[in-house]
Design a binder for this molecule. Structure first.
Ligand code: HEC
Length: 113
């Protein structure tokens, strides 16, 4: 399973760098999902159901039409900070990469819902 995910991530990274040279492409779902899995975001989030964190469709709805959405969410997922879950302060997840292309792809993919 692990090497399959790794392979996916590598393929996604290759596709992304190719896409980045072609301008600002539509977000790549496989790459976004691979990064969500690697970073364990899915323990608290799902695309369409509320868990401890909001569903990504709700996040997209909240930010629709907001010019600073990408910048805000990029910070949100790449800096250490805490959130309140059931009245307790808990560490929010952080993406397990520093590759700006992969992070941007994930943020644009979340916002595309
Ligand atoms: C420990 C549980 C937990 C983990 C792990 C987690 N999140 Fe969250 N996330 C939350 C909670 C709770 C909120 C809602 C915070 C609030 O609105 O105060 C949230 C909010 C968000 C938001 C919306 C922020 C906003 O401004 O509305 C995004 C986007 C997000 N998370 C992405 C991610 C990504 C990407 C990862 C993995 C790197 C991740 N989360 C990992 C619990 C988690």
């Amino acid at each position: 399973m692990r090497h399959v995910l790794k392979g996916l991530a590598t393929a996604a990274a290759l596709m992304l760098s190719a896409a980045a040279q072609a301008g600002n492409p539509a977000p790549d779902e496989a790459g976004a999902m691979a990064l969500l899995k690697e970073s364990k975001c899915l323990t608290c989030h799902s695309v369409d159901k509320k868990k401890d964190g909001p569903a990504y469709i709700e996040v997209a709805k909240k930010y629709r039409g907001k010019a600073d959405a990408e910048a805000k969410l990029t910070l949100w997922v790449s800096k250490k900070h805490t959130v309140e879950i059931d009245g307790e302060e808990e560490e929010h997840g952080m993406v397990k990469t520093r590759d700006a292309g992969r992070i941007s792809n994930l943020v644009r993919w979340i916002l595309s819902h």
